[in-house]
Design a protein around this ligand. Structure first.
Ligand code: SF4
Length: 340
């Protein structure tokens, strides 16, 4: 019978061998030493976002900003414009702030340790561990949602998330090898994304199937367990489409807060009670039928749309340029509704 340590190192070895043959081919993965700028850019974009959604944005950003200095020199508004549609806009502002710190204070070089990376804007525990492992081969423990799922199954952890997070991280750290920790992190992520999937893990094809306690006990489909999530609150708001001579009144949201610095059509506040009207000065207003629904991480939003005729003070954009002007997705939904 294998000892615990032998099982752990066999899991790592099997996963690395599988990764070499079957790991995903992704644009930010290159053979040999990895460029920290590219690793960082991809990891920031991948936070809360699918690989499929990230790939075109990653390619666009690399074309526009091939290194950290070009990104730092770009105006923030331009970066936000190119980020539009990818969501979680605080990431774009932090991306720009981080590029500035690296270019200005660090001579264009990213810190090479998890601890150093953690000090940069927008780099949290997961991202610091991932960049340190993938770009600099530091033996860190990289745990995202995919890895939590794989670890909970490998070790048959039945305690529910989020309470079991620390335990899953400790267990993952026992697997992380001295050699190739970055490849190991990506192998765990890839296994979670392609084999050990949430609904139907393909245990028969799994490179660590014979070492997996969840599979052995037949409980893999039920893991990880989770405490019941609280239902998302619903907020309401009004949004105003003011038109004059083929142009539409727009404004920029405050730098801080939700969708900070992004373009929007004028809106009321978004609250759970009565949002109260904050219509821009204009002519008669007509309420459009139905509402626009959009779900953010912490709440669901229902917007009622009002249409009016200008003129008014402010920034105007031609109607046919609105959809390419860099609005966030919730505003694009409003624009599409009015234009339809
Ligand atoms: Fe996941 Fe099944 Fe592999 Fe275990 S054997 S890690 S449950 S795919």
């Amino acid at each position: 019978m294998l000892k615990t340590q032998e099982i752990e190192s066999k899991i790592a070895l099997n996963l690395l061998a599988w990764f070499d043959k079957s790991g995903r081919t992704l644009p930010w993965r290159t053979r040999g030493k990895r460029d920290p700028y590219k690793v960082w850019l991809a990891e920031i974009m991948l936070q809360q976002t699918t690989v499929a959604a990230v790939i075109p944005y990653y390619r666009k950003f690399l074309d526009l900003y091939p290194d950290v200095r070009t990104l730092a020199q770009a105006p923030l508004e331009e970066v936000l414009h190119h980020w539009a549609g990818l969501g979680y806009y605080a990431r774009a502002r932090n991306l720009h702030a981080c590029a500035n710190v690296v270019a200005r204070d660090n001579g264009g070089k990213f810190p090479e340790t998890e601890a150093g990376l953690l000090k940069l804007p927008g780099i949290g525990a997961y991202t610091a561990a991932a960049i340190a492992a993938i770009a600099f081969d530091e033996k860190t423990t990289v745990v995202d949602g995919n890895v939590e799922r794989v670890a909970s199954r490998l070790f048959a952890v039945t305690a529910p998330l989020p309470k079991s997070k620390t335990k899953l991280k400790t267990l993952t750290s026992t697997l992380t090898p001295e050699q190739r920790p970055g490849d190991f992190a990506e192998a765990m992520m890839d296994l979670g994304a392609t084999v050990c999937t949430p609904k139907s893990p393909d245990c028969k094809a799994c490179p660590v199937g014979d070492l997996c306690q969840g599979f052995e006990k037949g409980i893999q489909d039920t893991l990880p367990r989770r405490d019941k999530a609280k239902p998302r609150p619903v907020r309401r708001g009004f949004v105003y489409w003011l038109e004059d001579n083929g142009k539409v009144l727009v404004r920029r949201r405050p730098e801080k807060g939700l969708l900070g610095g992004m373009l929007e059509l004028p809106t009321s506040v978004w609250v759970e009670g009565d949002p109260g009207h904050a219509k821009p000065a204009g002519g008669k207003w007509q309420k459009l039928d139905g509402t626009i629904g959009h779900t953010f991480t912490h709440f669901h939003l229902e917007l009622e749309v009002f249409k009016g005729q200008g003129p008014a003070e402010g920034q105007w954009i031609a109607k046919d340029e609105l959809l390419s002007a860099g609005f966030p997705t919730v505003m694009k939904k409003v624009i599409r509704k009015v234009l339809s």
